[in-house]
Write a protein that binds this ligand. Sequence first.
Ligand SMILES: NC(=O)c1ccc[n+]([C@@H]2O[C@H](COP(=O)([O-])OP(=O)(O)OC[C@H]3O[C@@H](n4cnc5c(N)ncnc54)[C@H](O)[C@@H]3O)[C@@H](O)[C@H]2O)c1
Length: 269
Amino acid sequence: MGKLDGKVAIVTGAARGLGRAYALKLASLGARVAVSDLNLRSWQEFDAEARSMTGDTTMDEIRAMGGESMGYEFDVADRDAMQAMVDDVHQTWGSVDVLVANAGGGRGKPRETAASIVPPDLFDLVLKMNLYGTYHACSAVAPIMKAQRSGKIVTVASIAGKVAGIGGGYAHYGAAKAAIAHYTRNLAQELGPYGINANCIAPGIIATARIVQLVGGSESSNSAVNDIALRRFGTPEDCARVIEFLATDLSDYVTGALIPIDGGQNRSD
Ligand SMILES: NC(=O)c1ccc[n+]([C@@H]2O[C@H](COP(=O)([O-])OP(=O)(O)OC[C@H]3O[C@@H](n4cnc5c(N)ncnc54)[C@H](O)[C@@H]3O)[C@@H](O)[C@H]2O)c1
């Protein structure tokens, strides 16, 4: 018996990276998992991710484990497309029990995205893919979860939503992630009376294929590791374990929380 046998989960941005780890974790716990992504084969962009794939898509990997999965390719900034996916999952599987609103990320270089100079098109794009995508996903599942009088929602912020970037860089991303954390607190207040939990995670530096390419070099040669109490970068599994906690009855009395998954990161500069 898995902790999530008979449950239905949706994970956005799950073709690679952390979202893929969350989808595989929830499937391993017994959930049927709907995977969404802008590109369901986005793993092809990073060699390290490609090497770790055991199937053509996350859905194929789940099916190979004996689980059930469906895939949806769309932009989370598109509210109608989000609603269409949630409706389809609900009609096909009969419930929506877990949402992990993971899709997102930053765009542009830190020195080109300081608070007062971030170009309007980048500001708009990053707010849409993070904050609006999260709002679209949460508002689409909420009526279903309210009717069920149960549900677990997890949103994804970042340490960048808590600590300003060096020189104010990546301000659009930090602002979007801080807004997601506060949106989630409000969501928890609204949905709590319906038996729905809404929590937010704030990963630090997690060594996905994308981050390894971005940060470069080995952990031991990277000075950023000295700002982390546990003296290592996180792994997708470190985050997926917290998703397990937040998606199951282990967290039944936890809502409106912002949970850092950063190894005790405490930037000194
Ligand atoms: N990896 C880290 O260190 C880290 C740290 C803090 C926060 N996060 C957050 O965790 C989440 C996942 O990060 P990751 O490192 O796995 O990133 P990633 O870029 O490897 O994966 C993100 C996935 O989301 C998809 N995606 C992006 N924009 C989308 C959109 N508009 N609509 C639908 N799908 C979209 C991408 O195609 C990709 O498959 C993001 O929200 C990111 O901001 C990551």
